[in-house]
Structure formats: C-alpha cells, structure tokens
Design a protein around this ligand. Structure first.
Ligand SMILES: Cc1cc2nc3c(=O)[nH]c(=O)nc-3n(C[C@H](O)[C@H](O)[C@H](O)COP(=O)(O)O)c2cc1C
Length: 358
C-alpha cells in the first residue's frame, strides 16, 4: 500500500496521519531535481521527514540525466531518504509543455538515460517509477517504459491508469494495469487510479494481478483509509467509521502538524482550508460552521469552529465516492515537434524547473 505523492498534500503531517493507520510507503510531494541540487531553501524544507517516518520516500522530478544523477547521489551521500521514486506522470501544462512528467516516456532513449543515471547513483536505495499510460490513446508508452525500467534496474513500476490527456477525468483503465503486469514479470507492478475504498483496492488486485496499490485522492480527508486497506488485505471486513467528533480531532492534529511544518501559523491554516471540505464530506454541517472552518486564519479560530460540530454524528453512508481533482483536457501541451521522433535523447530545453511541489 502506497500513499501516492500529491503536491500540496503529502507533506509530513498528512503522511504521519496516514502512516499511523497502516503499513506501506508514504511518498513526499514531488521534488524537482534541479532545485534539490541547487539547495533551494523551499525544496530543502520540503524534503524534511518526521522522525517517525521510516522508510523515507522521496519523489523526484527531472528531465536531465546528469542533474537527476546528481540529485540521487546527493540523497544517498547525505542520507536524505530510503527510497526514490521518479515522476513520469505529471500532466500539468507547465511540465508537459517542456517535455517533462507524463510527456517524457515518449522519448524512450531519454527515459532510459534518466533511469540509468538514477539507478547507477542510488547505491543501495531502491529506485521506482510512477507513470501514466502515455500522452493520449494514440501515443501509449507504458509498456515500453515498463520494459525499459526492468532493463535499467528499477525496483518497481507504478501505473496511474490514465493518459496525460485524461488528466483526472473519466475512469481509470485497470485493464492497462493487467497488461503491464503481463509485460513486466521481473519486478513488482503497482496499480493506481480510482481506489475510493478498501474494497476497490482488493478488486484492483484481483482484477489486474498487480502487486500493490497506490492510493491518492481516496485518502483526502480520510487518512484512516489505510487502516481499512490493511484490514481488507488481511481478510477482515472491519472498516473505520469515525464519528464527526473523531474526525474533528484528526482535523485539529492535521492543522497543528501543518503549523509546525510551515513555520507560520497563518499560512499553515490557510493551507489547511482545502482539506476542510474533504474531511466533512457527507456529514451534516451548517453552512455557517463550514464557512467558519474554511476561512479560519489561526489555530484557535479553527478550534473554535471545530468545537461547534456535533461530535456524536455518525459516519455518513455513501462516502466511498470520488473526491479531489477531476476532469479531462482537450489536448496535452508538448514542446514543438515532440512527437516527431520517439527515439531521440536530447534533453528538452528549460524543462528542469527550479521549483518543487508540482
Ligand atoms: C492534488 C494532487 C497532486 C498530485 N501531485 C502528484 C505528484 O506530485 N507526483 C505524482 O506522481 N503524482 C501526483 N498526483 C497524482 C497522484 O499521485 C495519483 O497518481 C492520481 O491522483 C491518481 O490516483 P487516485 O485516483 O488514487 O487519486 C497528484 C494528484 C493530486 C490529486
């Protein structure tokens, strides 16, 4: 069970809340390799881990094999993490427009060079990759990328079963996870996309034969989904169904954790605002209290709002439904001529962004 890297979400406080529910890997937000080797202060803050976090898992984004190699070497030499994941799934225009993220595996040789640079500098640390099916249905890359990953010594591959064009829309194509599993027998294949409940996770494993699951949006406002997953994979039908009071306690801990993480209460509480709707999903909460929680700008303000919740309200039914980002794109922005040659290995210009976090 892997907590999917999510920029702006999977920082230490959220990872700790998920991790205490069940075992697995809990990946940090995407870190840009150039920003890391340049020791950008924001990036250096983003790779901090809570002392309870073992193994420490960092996701890197990079397009230049040389810089990726240097970033991996730095992680090993300075003992910054225990596992490195490489991002080949990011679909945002500012990344694909420069040939990064989900656009990159189309360039098979460049992908190979990046993986080689990462694995050869990683020493004992396992290197994994996370990718999408491809750019769009006419430019699928995941099977080639899976084979290249095996050949280059990658430890596991995760597939978000959508194309870049699909973004977060439509339904994840779990059949593609099964196809990848058939094509890649040597290393674990992890399935990702549209796991909204523990039963979904079990279904994905049964249907695709994948070796593990990566869960993203399903745990937004619901870190205890990891307890459910652990129960389900152990054959237990027990599920965590917190009352609104118990949810409020988790919200408070999450916000307190962010305060430590951001070093500034105001920015921490404003960052927490996006979580409020996810935590309260399905509960009956008056619009005034919702507004108070979603506009609080201090921990005390947030606590005052939480104190107004009906603590005994039971967990609402029908909450195993989509949450977070959704929606398709009409096209994927790519560098000029990107699709002309799938085999060249030139490093795209300006693609090594110097900011982390997606
Ligand atoms: C807010 C948000 C931020 C994300 N950031 C990253 C990221 O930094 N790196 C990455 O590989 N995937 C990122 N993703 C994609 C998720 O890791 C995951 O692949 C995707 O949400 C599909 O899984 P799900 O259906 O379980 O959510 C992000 C997704 C969301 C919703």
């Amino acid at each position: 069970m892997v907590l999917a890297p999510m920029a702006g979400i999977t920082n230490p406080p959220f990872r700790v809340l998920c991790r205490e529910q069940g075992g697995g890997l809990f990946v940090c937000e995407m870190i840009t390799t150039r920003a890391l080797v340049e020791r950008n202060p924001k990036t250096m803050r983003m790779i901090r881990f809570d002392e309870s976090e073992r193994p420490r898992s960092i996701q890197l984004y990079g397009v230049d094999p040389e810089i990726v190699g240097r970033a991996v070497k730095m992680i090993v030499e300075e003992d910054l993490a225990d596992h490195i994941d490489l991002n080949f799934g990011c679909p945002v225009p500012k990344v694909t427009r420069r040939g990064g993220g989900s656009a990159l595996p189309y360039k098979r040789n460049l992908l190979r060079r990046i993986l080689r640079a990462a694995v050869s500098n990683a020493g004992p640390l396992p290197v994994t990759i996370k990718m999408r099916k491809g750019i769009d249905d006419d430019h699928l890359t995941y099977l080639d990328a899976g084979r290249i990953a095996v050949e280059e010594g990658v430890a596991a591959v995760a597939l978000h079963a959508r194309t870049a064009r699909q973004h977060y829309g439509g339904v994840a194509d779990w059949e593609s996870i099964a196809r990848l599993k058939d094509a890649v027998q040597e290393i674990p294949v992890l399935g990702n996309g549209d796991i909204w409940s523990a039963d979904d996770a079990v279904r994905m494993v049964r249907r695709t034969g994948c070796d593990g699951v990566v869960v993203g949006r399903g745990c937004l406002g619901r870190p205890w989904l990891f307890r459910d997953l652990e129960n389900a994979f152990n054959g237990s039908s027990e599920r965590v169904r917190p009352t609104l009071g118990e949810v409020a306690d988790v919200m408070e801990r999450h916000a307190e954790g962010l305060t430590g993480c951001f070093d500034a209460e105001k920015s921490a509480i404003s960052d927490f605002r996006k979580h409020v709707g996810w935590y309260l999903k399905g509960f009956t909460v008056g619009s005034e209290v919702r507004r108070e929680l979603a506009t609080a700008d201090s921990l005390d303000g947030l606590r005052a709002g939480l104190a107004k919740l009906d603590r005994d309200q039971p967990w609402p039914p029908n909450t195993d439904t989509p949450r977070g980002k959704s929606g398709e794109r009409t096209k994927v922005l790519l560098p000029d001529g990107w699709l002309d040659d799938a085999w060249d290995f030139d490093v795209p210009e300006d693609a090594e962004s110097d900011v982390s976090g997606g």
